[in-house]
Design a protein around this ligand. Structure first.
Ligand SMILES: [Zn+2]
Length: 284
């Protein structure tokens, strides 16, 4: 795929603008970042990685892709597309999906908003490679969401699904008046699954304070229940959650042997707008 003509990237070493030259991205100080075979660019510097394999593993990514492909969570990207239509003018727009994983939601949004340019970023290289292999019209890059190699005021929308991130970085990369859509698990999300894992499952805390520099436009709570009627999807769901790592061997075996599972799904979506800086009044 040819990269988009608009570049939002800045050099992770020196913060200069990155330009595309043949097969790599390059700044004026001659720092180079090659485009991988799959079409993504790795802008994560070695010292920014906490471990050799940062972010989600190949196993988690594959499980999530197989599970999402079966449309269990589609109420979420459908709602996100609807909210973009409600709140976002003018068009076309530039959207950054922070913590995009293997790209399912970026891909869904792109299908509904084909005129818009979308970038997806994740710290997991296998996730970004899988995303780039599948969604050719989206630009994917590897980076930390705490230090985005993205120019100031570069995009109109940031979407963040679950992923941890620094709200100040999101504020920085948005244009004044830009939208920040934050998705977190709702109180009863996957409660049916949690009942199988914990003796006394707790509900998620769904409160989220309005981050500095933003105003909240709307909060949407999505609730539904899903019925999974096969063992493979139940195992995939388990493998894409953090609970997978907290399970005893016996509970793990019991859950992955199930052939049916009913569970609530519950997402909280907060839509924020970057408040433009007030023009100072010099008339006083
Ligand atoms: Zn540089």
């Amino acid at each position: 795929m040819e990269p988009l003509l608009i570049s939002i990237y800045k050099c992770p070493v020196c913060d200069d603008v990155l330009d595309f030259q043949q097969r790599h991205w390059c700044c004026a100080n001659n720092h180079h970042f090659d485009v991988a075979r799959e079409g993504y660019v790795n802008l994560l510097l070695a010292h920014q990685k906490k471990s050799k394999q940062a972010g989600d593993s190949k196993m988690m990514i594959q499980s999530r892709r197989q599970f999402l492909n079966n449309h269990y969570y589609d109420i979420l990207p459908e709602k996100l597309s609807e909210l973009l239509n409600t709140h976002l003018l003018p068009r076309p727009f530039l959207l950054l999906d922070v913590g995009c994983g293997e790209g399912y939601y970026s891909g869904f949004i792109h299908k509904n908003q084909p005129e818009c340019q979308i970038w997806g970023v994740d710290i997991s290289k296998p996730a970004i490679a899988a995303a780039a292999k599948r969604y050719f019209d989206i630009s994917f890059f590897v980076a930390s969401s705490y230090r985005l190699p993205v120019n100031d005021q570069a995009v109109n929308v940031v979407v963040k699904n679950y992923a941890p991130a620094d709200a100040n970085e999101i504020l920085r990369v948005l244009v004044p008046g830009g939208l920040y859509i934050s998705v977190t698990p709702g109180a009863s999300h996957l409660f049916g699954l949690k009942q199988l894992i914990y003796d006394t499952p707790k509900e998620h805390d769904e409160t989220e304070a309005v981050p500095d520099g933003f105003e909240r436009l709307e909060q949407v709570v999505l609730r539904d229940s899903i019925e999974i009627d096969n063992n493979r999807d139940i195992s995939n769901l388990l493998a894409m959650t953090p609970y997978f790592w907290q399970l005893s061997e016996s509970r793990h075996q019991a859950i992955t042997a199930l052939t049916t599972l009913n569970t609530e799904i519950n997402f909280t979506i907060n839509i924020y707008r970057k408040v433009p800086l007030k023009i100072r009044d010099f008339s006083l």
